[in-house]
Design a binder for this molecule. Structure first.
Ligand SMILES: [Zn+2]
Length: 102
């Protein structure tokens, strides 16, 4: 009998033997998104300068890995997408409703 497991996170497979890995096994979360030491924005919020004090703080989207099953090397390349959405406007019940009558 086969048990089918549904994964919450995307699975990467070794290109040689098909062994499966979860992103958390291949990447240190911090190394994937990086940790900037300095970010400077202009008055409109556009980033004009970013600095990482050391190479291990820079985002690293490519990871070299050796398969634990077939012991062959392979490269994992991450694609990270962030979407910014508008927050739904919440009704504010803390201020009294005012209706103007004239
Ligand atoms: Zn393998």
């Amino acid at each position: 009998m086969k048990t089918i497991i549904s994964h919450k996170t995307p699975v990467s497979r070794c290109p040689h033997c098909g062994a499966e890995y979860l992103p958390g096994e291949l990447y240190m979360p911090g190394s994937l998104i990086g940790q900037p030491d300095e970010v400077i924005r202009d008055s409109f919020g556009k980033i004009i300068y970013e600095d990482y004090n050391s190479a291990d703080r820079e985002p690293c989207m490519e990871e070299h890995f050796i398969c634990e099953y077939c012991e062959k090397p392979f490269i994992i390349e991450a694609t990270v997408t962030y979407r910014a959405k508008e927050e739904a406007p919440e009704k504010d019940f803390t201020t009294a409703y005012v209706s103007l009558l004239d």
